[in-house]
Design a protein around this ligand. Structure first.
Ligand code: PEP
Ligand code: MN
Length: 339
């Protein structure tokens, strides 16, 4: 349910409504739009009682039921597109398309420094790199952990980039938060509800990757878990889903861009690297994503993909990434966006 307050509702009237709703056992999520104050009301309690008890409050314009199972992530709660600030004026969800790039895994300071300088020169604004790597095999490289986080932060500070890195364990949310600007929740953890709740208790942006076989509904319900804890800074990321096709690593669902933008106000990012699994398919997929209205891209780039400790086959060399960026800048203009 959404409570739409009248344009002229006083602070006192708003306060009284919030207090009454909370007294009835619901959680309130106030949000101030351009003109109006709206209050999202969430809870599995008696709705009739709520509607009845709010009838006499003068500051209320109307009550709107939310029919979708996702409340805060849906368009009923927020008609305008969410613009999420990453840091110092770097935003996602507006006219500018945010490009995040870097290796799959942090391997060394030199690797990260070379990559950061190169992607920055090409026009990317966020440095990616995994320090905790949830690999399919327990015997594969698992990441440099805190040492990797330190490298990312140091290099990002020196180059003026923001950092995105994955957190895999609810117990590491605070640790990772000390170094990163955006939490990445991996596809395999999309329904790790304890992890979602934990990042939901922070106010840092969270890039939530779509699960390997998650429907849009399940994806948005996972975003809802984060938002229900009070963190509205959620970015949705399509990274390919499992289908019968085995030529590509996953099947990149580009139609998810218009669908998710229709169902939700949250920004939508495409990961053409995991989405395809082949470096030579990354550029066409990225171009398609920009053409279809993506708000951002996350792309794997490595100084020498042949020596990468993970995902080399889908990583771009510096020159390839730079020329892709030039193409994307032109394409962005054609769809009235900017890179
Ligand atoms: C990654 O970004 O390196 C990663 C592990 O992605 P995903 O969770 O989408 O597989
Ligand atoms: Mn990877």
């Amino acid at each position: 349910m959404i409570i739409v307050m009248r344009d002229d509702a006083s602070q006192e009237e708003i306060k009284q409504v919030l207090a009454r709703v909370e007294e009835l056992g619901f959680t309130t999520h106030p949000s101030r739009g351009a003109k109006k104050m709206i209050i999202g009301v969430i809870g599995d309690l008696n709705r009739e009682e709520l509607v009845e008890s709010l009838g006499a409050y003068p500051g209320i314009e109307k009550l709107v039921p939310i029919l979708e199972p996702y409340k805060l992530a849906g368009r009923t709660f927020e008609e305008d597109r969410s613009i999420i600030e990453i840091k110092d004026g770097v935003c996602i969800g507006g006219k500018e398309i945010l490009v995040m790039a870097g290796p799959c895994a942090v391997e060394s300071e030199e690797q990260i420094r070379l990559t950061a300088e190169s992607i920055k020169a090409a026009g990317a604004t966020v440095l990616r790199g995994g320090a905790f790597k949830p690999r399919t095999s327990p015997y594969s490289f698992q990441g440099l952990e805190e040492e990797g986080l330190k490298i990312l932060r140091r290099v990002a500070n020196d180059t003026g980039l923001a950092v995105i890195t994955e957190v895999v364990d609810p117990r590491d949310v605070e640790l990772v938060g000390n170094y990163t600007d955006i939490y990445q929740i991996g596809a395999r953890n999309m329904q790790n509800f304890f992890l979602l709740r934990e990042v939901g208790k922070t106010n840092k942006p969270v890039l939530l990757k779509r699960g390997l076989s998650a429907t849009y509904n399940e994806f948005l319900m996972a975003a809802e878990y984060i938002m229900a804890e009070g963190n509205y800074n959620v970015i949705l990321c399509e990274r390919g889903i499992r289908t019968f096709e085995t030529y590509t690593r996953n099947t990149l669902d580009l139609v998810s861009i218009p669908v998710l933008r229709k169902l939700s106000h949250l920004p939508v990012v495409i990961d053409p690297s995991h989405g395809t699994g082949h470096w030579d398919l990354v550029a066409p997929a990225a171009r398609g994503a920009v053409a279809m209205g993506a708000d951002g891209l996350i792309i794997e780039v490595h100084p020498d993909p042949t020596k990468a400790m993970s995902d080399g086959q889908q990583s771009l060399k510096f020159e390839k990434f730079a020329s892709l960026m030039e193409e994307l800048k032109k394409l962005a203009q054609a769809v009235e966006r900017e890179i």
